[in-house]
Design a protein around this ligand. Structure first.
Ligand code: ADP
Length: 302
């Protein structure tokens, strides 16, 4: 097969890992920087131009689109879709999953357990309503944040007021959320590929920290998910239309609560922690799809 990996940097662990997995299975692979792609929208023939030449003759695209460039990255993916190229991540699903608020709304409306959360356009309303989340501490999250940046804990009303002064003054949308104290600085990441949980790890925040992101110094270990965790991970990925997803959840007294679903999950932490070759699973998924497309069953359709 001929595969394009959309990535800003061919040296990133995840990009290299997917590239090597594809090569080991004898595919031709090319890393293309989506931010350097030009798109020709033409009724006769849509094209993606890269380094001055139209990219053509590819069977599949594996997008690795960073948080800060979602809209343009999604436009490039959409262009490949319009050209009939299979993609492991649909543009629509990418955009939907990057909007943290609409994700939470959608998951909750479909019966997926999430921490109780509150958002208000008006700081005064938010301060008035914060008691609906129960006792302090409560968690404040910038909707534009990632890797745990923009996630802070307000230990009392005074913290909430002071921190929200800054967020509202900067016109940043902020969500406040009940603090799941019993998760004790841990969260669970399940890696889903094509309707299967292929790996799972428990991340533990470093002492004095409640955010367990590996980027914030957290440590990790492989775990086996409970049936409930396994099932909601698959359900959440499915609701968001993601075939490859990193599903994050907190272990609470009332069962697992989903906090985030990541459309371009980093592979380094989970591959090194669990020893599972996730990139190989992604390539196998592409191979299955490609075989189906060749057999004429469905074209570029999950
Ligand atoms: P980001 O997308 O920036 O990683 P998250 O919402 O995943 O933000 O939060 C970062 C980390 O903070 C999580 O991995 C988890 O350890 C912790 N955390 C997030 N929400 C809560 C919560 N409601 N209660 C307790 N800990 C939380």
């Amino acid at each position: 097969m001929r595969i394009v990996i959309l990535s800003r940097n061919g040296q990133l662990y995840s990009t290299r890992s997917i590239l090597n997995a594809a090569r080991r299975r004898n595919h031709f692979v090319r890393v293309v920087d989506h931010m350097l792609c030009d798109l020709v929208i033409d009724n006769d023939e849509n094209k993606v131009i890269y380094e001055g030449t139209a990219i053509s003759g590819y069977d599949a695209v594996i997008p690795r689109i960073g948080f800060t460039v979602t809209p343009y990255g999604a436009a490039v993916v959409r262009q490949f879709e319009s050209m009939g190229v299979f993609t492991t991540l649909r543009a629509e699903a990418l955009i939907r999953s990057r909007d943290k608020l609409s994700c939470l709304q959608l998951l909750s409306s479909k019966g997926i357990p999430v921490p109780k959360s509150l958002i208000s356009n008006d700081q005064y309303h938010m301060l008035q309503m914060a008691n609906q989340l129960g006792e302090f501490p409560i968690v404040m999250k910038l909707l534009s944040g990632t890797h745990g940046l923009g996630v802070v804990k307000a230990n009392d009303y005074n913290d909430l007021e002071t921190i929200s002064d800054a967020f509202y003054a900067l016109r940043q949308q902020v969500l406040i959320q009940e603090f799941i104290s019993e998760s004790a600085g841990q969260d669970v990441r399940a890696l889903v590929v094509d309707g299967k949980v292929v790996a799972a790890m428990l991340r533990q925040a470093q002492p004095g920290e409640f955010r367990s992101n590996l980027h914030r110094g957290g440590s990790s270990q492989e775990i086996k998910l409970s049936k409930e965790e396994h099932d909601i991970a698959l359900k959440a990925a499915n609701i968001l239309g993601l075939k490859v997803a990193g599903v994050d959840m907190l272990r609470s007294d009332r069962g697992p609560l989903i906090i985030e679903v990541n459309a371009s999950p980093g592979l380094e932490g989970i591959e090194t922690t669990t020893g599972v070759d996730i990139s190989k699973r992604i390539i196998e998924f592409v191979e299955r799809k490609s075989a189906r497309i060749k057999n004429g069953k469905r074209r570029n359709n999950h």
